[in-house]
Write a protein that binds this ligand. Sequence first.
Ligand code: NDP
Length: 286
Amino acid sequence: MAILLDGKALGLAIRETVKHDVDTILRETGVTPHLAVILVGDDPASQTYVKGKENACRNAGIRSTVIREPADVTESKLLSDIDALNADPDVHGILLQLPIPKHLDPDRIIPKIDVRKDVDGFTPENVAALANGRPRLVPCTPRGVMRVLDHYGIAVAGKDCVVVGRSQIVGKPMAALLLNGNGTVTVCHSKTRDLRVETRRADILVVAIGKTRMIDASYIKPGAVVIDVGISKVDGVIAGDVDFDSARTVAGWITPVPGGIGPMTIACLLENTLVCCRSLIGGPHD
Ligand code: NDP
């Protein structure tokens, strides 16, 4: 039976460290780290995620502000929100909650976020830095995955790593981080010819596809590390992209959902906010 990779416990430990660091920054500089979140429309899932981020900030002593815009907000209004946050010296991190309504193009809006306040690591400069192997601000979910591997002493170098999913926010930065860690990386997606053949080669399998419980034991090499990024709700129950009960009989290590990568994502968002704050006020980086 697979060993559980407990992202909830690790996430809480990271949040405690962040809280301690926030106290130190405040004591030494008088500055309270401050995250601004832009929320467009009233998508219930986005509202829940933003509430979770607000609570996490509050518990860590980080100030948070949510700028709420209606679903029909114009691009120019959003850009002026971003301009104001970029110019505000009291704001250290800026996050645009995704997805945004269809009439808005994230590729036209995200690049306007000040690269030094880009807590999500989605601006072209931060994406390029990661791709070039010199990461600065790294997207929170893949960063959370790497923190879990590191914490449990799971080496990446030389391993066959398979990432299922190639989104900008999870799959692609995940692949870049594993490659930077000297893994041999394969990225799979909806057009992959035989997914099972690819995933069964994986020493480390990261799944981020948004297909509830699709990856069962038949996709997994015995003893593999299985990281489930997926989050969906079925009949009121939170589930991942991995069929946990089936997969755990074959895997060597596995993250649960909930309690795996979700809490790590939030913890890494708080860490990224501190990284931004320190670099803006001239303190030491992490
Ligand atoms: P996207 O929908 O943006 O991307 C899904 C990816 O999966 C695409 O690359 C798609 O391929 C691929 N895919 C879809 N179906 C299949 C299939 N049957 N076989 C192989 N590949 C497939 O999703 P995200 O990356 O944004 O999110 C993925 C999951 O992770 C979701 O459940 C989301 O809720 C969750 N998530 C969790 C977070 C956390 O904090 N734990 C944070 C962010 C996301 P193609 O490119 O060809 O279309």
